[in-house]
Ligand binder design. Structure first.
Ligand code: SF4
Length: 246
């Protein structure tokens, strides 16, 4: 029987050693310097930015737009986003002059087969994320050698030791904001007059799909509102083990 979730084990390989070498080369550079080197030196024309157009996303989008506004920007359109996120996506793309937005959705036939009522998240958030995020992204992994992500080490225990460059079994992942703090994000947004996601002021410091995102109380972890009450902390696209088979 086919399943939505499968895993690909990451073995030590030439690519993991190469990722460590890239990380060492980028150590000590600023985030814009890391991005410039990644876009123009390490992976020219072979790298895309994966963006959720969430609370912190404007920072990387702005940096990328300064270097090359034609950089592919991948948005996983789950059909479960807050309408404010879709408006914010459109606003930022226009304001920053980004010219290559790629809106990725679940395969229609897979959605029909595995989520005919559109309520899969109520039975299994892992399966729903596999259908609407992991598998759509996997369809384009061969198009690029590397991804840029906005993940930060302070965000969760699973990200504490995240390197600047990783190998996930298929692609390199470049994490220019790995050591950035919430204060760094706020300062950059203020310095460059970037608009905040409209839900931030309503208590959402981390924003995903509406069925799986709640506002957080003051002092709570920023990602505490994501899949609240579940053990799940990641959607799967940043796991070193990618889902593949359906
Ligand atoms: Fe589905 Fe929730 Fe994952 Fe969005 S975050 S894809 S609604 S389980």
């Amino acid at each position: 029987m086919t399943t939505l979730i499968d895993t690909l084990k990451i073995e030590d390989s030439a690519e993991t050693a190469q990722a460590a070498a890239f990380s060492a080369r980028l150590e000590g550079l600023s985030a814009p310097e890391i991005l410039r080197l990644a876009l123009t030196g390490l992976f020219p024309a072979q790298i895309a930015l994966s963006s959720s157009f969430g609370a912190d996303s404007a920072v990387l989008l702005h940096m990328v737009a300064q270097i090359d506004p034609q950089t592919p920007v991948i948005f996983l359109d789950t059909d479960r986003h807050f309408f404010q996120t879709l408006q914010y996506r459109n606003q930022l793309v226009k304001q920053l002059g980004l010219t290559h937005l790629i809106n990725l959705k679940a395969d229609p036939q897979e959605a029909k087969d595995f989520d005919p009522k559109g309520t899969l998240w109520q039975q299994s958030t892992d399966a729903c994320c596999a259908l609407r995020k992991v598998r759509p992204l996997n369809r384009v992994t061969d198009d690029y050698q590397a991804w840029i992500t906005g993940r930060k080490r302070h965000q969760s225990a699973t990200r504490t030791h995240m390197p600047l460059v990783e190998w996930d079994g298929r692609n390199y992942k470049v994490n220019p904001l790995a050591d950035w703090t919430p204060e760094d994000i706020s300062a950059y947004m203020a310095e460059h007059d970037l608009p905040p996601h409209p839900l931030v002021e309503q208590g959402y410091p981390s924003i995903g799909c509406f069925p799986c995102t709640k506002p957080v109380e003051a002092g709570q972890d920023a990602r505490a509102g994501r899949w609240a009450g579940q053990e799940k902390t990641e959607c799967g696209i940043h796991s070193v083990a990618y889902g593949d088979g359906i």
